[in-house]
Structures are given as C-alpha cells and as structure tokens.
Ligand binder design. Structure first.
Ligand SMILES: [Zn+2]
Length: 373
C-alpha cells in the first residue's frame, strides 16, 4: 500500500513519514478509529515506507524488492494477526495463518472493510477472536531474525479480540520486544483493548477523512458526481459509510431494471440473453451483487403476496405497476424454490465464489422455475 492510495489523512501521513526520516519509529503503536477512517491502509503504507529500500520524500518507491513484496503482502518480515474462528475447512485451533490467502485478497481488493466484511469473506457467522494458539505463533515468529528488512513488522488487526490468555502472553513481548520488532495495532474500540496492552502503546488517533480527499476518492470509483458530494457530507468522514450510502442510493432503480430484465428473459426462455445477463451481473462489485439478490428476494416475496390478493404490499409505484402483470407467475408452486435459489447465492458471493458461474447457474435454474408448465 502506498500512502497516495490511502484516502485523505494527509496530516497523519506527514507525521508518520517524519518519524521514519527522523528515525524515531515507536516499537508499539495503536491506530484508533472507525475502520472507514483507514487505520489498516495507513498502517500498511507506514510499514511499507519503513521497509522500502528507496524511499521518496513522501511515499515508498513502489518498485524496490521490498515494495514488490509489500504490494502483494508477501514480505517475509511482515506478519499479520487478525480474529478468526472455526469454519467448515478449519475445524480446530484456527489461527491467522490458516486464512492468509483470504486476508491478502480482501486487503488488496477492498482496502477498506470492516470486521463483518472479514467474517463474511471467510465464511464464519460468529465473532472471531485472537486465541492463545495465535499468541504462541506470534512468539515463534518474532523470535526469528528479520529475513530481508531491518525490522519485523507485526500488524495486529482488532486487538479488542485478543482473549486474556493471548493478551497476557503478548504483553511480555510488548514490554521487552525482541530487537527490530515493531507492532502496529489497529483498533475500533480502544476501550475494549486490555488496559495492560493499551497503556504500553503509542496512540495514533485517526480523524474523519477530509471532505476534499473523500470526494476525490469517490469520483475515482465512478460514482455520480453530485451524489458524491451528498455522500461525503453524510458520511462523517467515514469512507466505508460513504460507499454504503452511494451503493444503496442509486441501486434500487438499477436493481429493479436488472430484475425485470432477468424475469423477462427467463419467461421467454432466452438462453443467450440470460448468459449475457449473468455476464453483466458478474461485472459489478460483490456488494452490488449481494444487494441485488436481497432486492430480488423482496420483489419475489411481494409479488407472491400480491398474487394472493393480500392488501398490504410493500412495493414502490413503478414496482407495483409492473407487479400487477408479473405477480401471476409467482405461485405456491415455485415461490419456495425461487427464494431458495436466490438465497443460496448470497453466501457464495460473500465468500468470493466465481460470480459469473453463480449468476449463470441462477439464470438457468430461474428459467425453469418461472415458465408456466
Ligand atoms: Zn520501495
């Protein structure tokens, strides 16, 4: 991660850079603030800058051997610890190393994400934690000499999820760190971090992202210009929140059009059209794909209710006009299976399944379900 790819936080970037230039990087620092302010991206940019072999005045070079490995998060002296839990694949003693590929993918793809996004991406539906097994791994790794850099850097994401055994084992390391070791903690809830750990770290408080930087970053993500101003204002400097506002504001109309087209192609048994439709759906982001599926579930449900002549239907004007003609196709014979088919796609998308395959499969099943026999 380069500093220039971190949204805003310009004052903090300068401050962190000066600690490297003046050789006074503290060995344990805690970045505090809501995830959308960018604690993780900025800590990563800081770590890359510390390790870069050819630093510029205000950023890493991006191309030296160290940066090349940092760009893929595979530098042997960069270590990650984050909350995990058991999954279908990892049935016991889960530790961060089990989930490194998924971790690299979410950090590189999304840059900004929160605890819930992380759990969804590895397919756990309970809270994760940083266990005592993890603490043993940390002790082992930090007793190794640095391989390629002057320093080993350990990024501990969400130290509020350290259980007390693991926290106590870590404490000694932070009090008397092995030489050339730097800890970066990234927390959203400093008041939940064990006080013994918290009191031994240097605090870096993140502030809301400046609105000019926010607008500039949102424009780069291809959002409508007028809406970016509103979203930036409503977001309170939280990049994740701004994205969420934008994705939900323009999406209802787009989802509706996509759904109507999907149903028309299914009814017409237009296989080529459905394949194109699946291709189009897979080219949007995962958040949009998930929100489309949730939207589609709602429309299917409401159309069924309308078909049953229920009085209360939660549909917008345009949706209702269309549903008056369409609802007869959603009956007790197909509602359950249609709903199930939409619903199983949501965790598949969350877990980074192949979106094109998922939507193609959905499209081909839907045409069987929607056409009157
Ligand atoms: Zn470099």
């Amino acid at each position: 991660m380069l500093f220039k790819n971190v949204v805003g936080q310009n004052e903090l970037k300068e401050r962190l850079i000066s600690t490297v230039v003046e050789k006074r990087v503290s060995h344990a620092q805690i970045f505090e603030g809501t995830m959308g302010y960018g604690g993780l991206p900025i800590a990563l940019a800081y770590a890359q800058f510390i390790s870069c072999k050819n630093r510029g005045a205000d950023d890493s070079c991006g191309v030296c051997p160290s940066c090349v490995k940092y760009n893929k998060l595979i530098h042997p002296d960069l270590h990650f610890v984050f909350p995990v839990n058991t999954t279908k694949k990892i049935k016991e003693k889960p530790v961060s190393d089990h989930f490194l590929p998924e971790w690299r993918q979410i950090v590189l793809d999304k840059k900004y994400f929160n605890e819930q996004d992380w759990y969804e991406s590895i397919g756990i539906d309970k809270q994760g934690n940083i266990s005592a097994y993890e603490a043993d791994k940390i002790l082992y790794k930090l007793n190794l000499k640095p391989f390629e850099s002057d320093d080993k850097i350990m990024i501990i994401w969400l130290p509020e999820r350290l259980n007390s055994t693991s926290a106590n084992r870590l404490l000694k390391l932070i009090e008397e760190p092995p030489s050339n070791t730097i800890f970066f903690f990234i927390t959203e809830s400093p008041n939940k971090v064990l006080p013994t750990i918290y009191s031994r770290t240097q605090r870096i408080r993140l502030h809301p992202i400046e609105s000019e930087s926010m607008i500039e970053a949102l424009k780069k993500s291809n959002f409508n210009e007028t809406e970016t101003y509103t979203a930036s204002r409503l977001s309170g400097g939280d990049y994740l929140r701004a994205i969420q506002i934008l994705e939900t504001s323009d999406s209802a109309k787009v989802h509706f059009d996509n759904f109507v087209q999907f149903m028309r192609l299914s009814y017409q048994n237009d296989i080529l059209g459905l394949l194109d439709w699946a291709e189009l759906m897979s080219s949007t982001g995962r958040e949009k794909q998930k929100s489309f599926l949730i939207f589609a579930e709602r429309l299917v449900r409401e159309n069924f209710i309308l078909n049953k002549n229920a009085d209360i239907v939660y549909l917008g004007f345009e949706e209702l006009e269309w549903a008056k003609k369409f609802s007869r196709f959603i009956t007790e014979n197909n509602i359950t299976e249609i709903y199930n088919q939409l619903n199983i796609c949501i965790p598949q998308i969350s877990q980074n399944g192949n979106a094109k395959l998922i939507f193609t499969d959905l499209a081909l099943k839907m045409k069987e379900l929607i056409r009157p026999k």
